[in-house]
Write a protein that binds this ligand. Structure first.
Ligand SMILES: Cc1cc2nc3c(=O)[nH]c(=O)nc-3n(C[C@H](O)[C@H](O)[C@H](O)COP(=O)(O)OP(=O)(O)OC[C@H]3O[C@@H](n4cnc5c(N)ncnc54)[C@H](O)[C@@H]3O)c2cc1C
Ligand SMILES: Cc1cc2nc3c(=O)[nH]c(=O)nc-3n(C[C@H](O)[C@H](O)[C@H](O)COP(=O)(O)O)c2cc1C
Length: 446
């Protein structure tokens, strides 16, 4: 290639990248405008599984048309410099972390060098669970850092503890009273911490998905509804199981759709160093007998829904994360396909192939455009799903240029963190943050 051709190629790549950035910027501005409304009180939420969204919506309604409701990631320094009053409804996820739809705000405003905000009066409603060591850590951090920017706190952060529902609802009643006191509007709607609905099921079948694996055993469970009333859920939703003798529920991604006629789960049996099985995963994979009943709460997961079928979808996950990804693929199969690409990581190529028959069938039928598998214990080539993602960066860029959404499901520390870091490396942080702000990067990780 001549010097001139190299120069032209570099110019072309640079030009395309610039166009991509401009497009991201335009989409972001459009999304901001759509989310904003024109009220004079900002109501911003940070939510991983939707509770904070519902409470923020209730607060916004209580303000009778004065609210501008939006996810925290849509709030930037410019907007904060214009607003005089703001409410933040912020949950905590992971290990004291910000939810994904607050991550960009956190990096740019809280961790960056934001301008002082002495004109801003604010209050924080912090959602959390006192069973976690970092109780309401993100909401409290948000409060502290806004105060450090000289914003005026209307009150201390109000903590809502989902482990203590009565106290949580009392805190929410206090929040309503405060709204009334500050803005004189009488909120008609009583807000409560959203409660998942309870339903009864029977274990129909359980099968071991990975005999011979060097990893912990993985099981497929098929449950049928014990009562005739229709149970409804959407792809991405979570089944909460409380095993006998246990206070708090464990969450499991639902791997099927109501149209399948069963509620399917994929459970990894956990084990501690002494070999004792985890409370819920041990009970579900060993003790619960076929034919026995089980009570579930099915909770909404509105931020992990599939995109419309005309939008390409890149699904990334590992291990039991196949559950949440499978529900997305089933939904897209049922609603007219779309382009789908699965990148999936497990341990051993000889034994770890959950749903291999179904995935092969989807590849043959064209429902899956491509599958890339990574095996961390492969004797010939040990690698992780993020390594494969890096190798496929050209295809990734092409799919994203076509408007693809990325959905990630599985382990937070091992897989999701590696995938996130790889996306930062491959796409660059601004492009990844643009994807987050455009709701094109959705995660259900644990
Ligand atoms: C949104 C979400 C979706 C999820 N989806 C899935 C899914 O689809 N499939 C799936 O398999 N999991 C999923 N999980 C994880 C699941 O909720 C549980 O965390 C997991 O099954 C472990 O629960 P357990 O009761 O079996 O283990 P626990 O009893 O809670 O124990 C957890 C770990 O600590 C160890 N441990 C327990 N007691 C002790 C002790 N005294 N000393 C030392 N170590 C100990 C256990 O052996 C285990 O390794 C999801 C989690 C979330 C948040
Ligand atoms: C995987 C997971 C991790 C969580 N981590 C924390 C935490 O570190 N601190 C905390 O106070 N609450 C934690 N919670 C509890 C949530 O903050 C609480 O359930 C909240 O109501 C969720 O709100 P959201 O639906 O808006 O995300 C966690 C919940 C889950 C499912």
């Amino acid at each position: 290639m001549s010097e001139l051709e190299r120069g032209l190629l570099a110019g072309l790549v640079g030009g395309l990248y610039l166009l991509f950035c401009l497009w991201c910027h335009y989409r972001h501005r459009r999304a901001t405008a759509r989310a904003s409304g024109d009220g004079d009180i900002l109501v911003a939420y940070a939510s991983q599984t939707g509770n904070a969204i519902k409470l923020a919506q209730q607060s916004a309604r209580a303000l009778n048309g004065r609210a501008r409701l939006m996810p925290l990631n849509q709030v930037d320094s410019r907007l904060l410099s214009q607003m005089r009053q703001a409410l933040f409804v912020a949950s905590t996820c992971g290990d004291g972390d910000a939810p994904d739809n607050a991550a960009v705000f956190t990096r740019r405003v809280l961790d960056g060098k934001a301008a002082k905000l002495p004109h801003l009066r604010f209050a924080v409603l912090a959602l959390g669970d006192s069973q976690y060591p970092d109780f309401c850590a993100f909401g409290q951090r948000l409060h502290t850092q806004l105060a450090a920017l000289d914003a005026q706190a209307l009150a201390g952060p109000l903590l809502v503890d989902s482990a203590r529902p009565a106290a949580a609802n009392q805190a929410l009643a206090g929040w309503r009273e405060q709204l009334q006191q500050w803005w004189g509007q009488a909120p008609v709607e009583a807000s409560e911490l959203p409660e998942a609905s309870t339903s009864h099921w029977v274990l129909q079948a359980r099968s071991h998905l990975n005999p011979g694996s060097p990893g912990e055993p993985l099981f497929y469970l098929r449950l049928s509804a014990a009562t005739p009333q229709a149970c409804s859920w959407q792809p991405g939703d979570i089944a909460e199981v409380t095993p006998p003798g246990c206070d708090i529920a464990r969450h499991y991604s639902i791997a099927s759709l109501p149209e399948d006629g069963s509620l399917d789960l994929v459970i990894r049996r956990q084990r501690d160093a002494a070999g004792r099985p985890g409370l819920a995963s041990g009970w579900l994979t060993r003790e619960l007998a076929c034919g026995a009943g089980i009570t579930l709460r099915i909770s909404d997961n509105p931020l992990f829904r599939p995109p419309a079928t005309d939008i390409p979808l890149i699904l990334i996950g590992n291990g039991s994360g196949i559950a949440g990804l499978r529900a997305q693929l089933r939904w897209r199969e049922l609603h007219g396909g779309g382009r789908n690409w699965l990148l999936f990581g497990e341990r051993d190529p000889a034994s770890d192939h959950p749903f291999a028959g179904e995935l092969d069938h989807w590849l043959e039928s064209g429902h899956l455009d491509r599958i890339d598998l990574a095996f961390s214990r492969c004797p010939e080539r040990a690698c992780y799903v993020q390594d494969i993602l890096r190798e496929r960066s050209t295809a990734l860029a092409a799919w994203l240029a076509d408007g693809a959404v990325i959905m990630v499901c599985g382990s937070r520390q091992g897989m999701a963190r590696g995938v996130h870091d790889t996306l930062v490396d491959v796409l660059g942080r601004p492009a990844l943050e643009a994807l987050i702000q455009q709701d094109r990067y959705r995660r259900d990780v644990y």
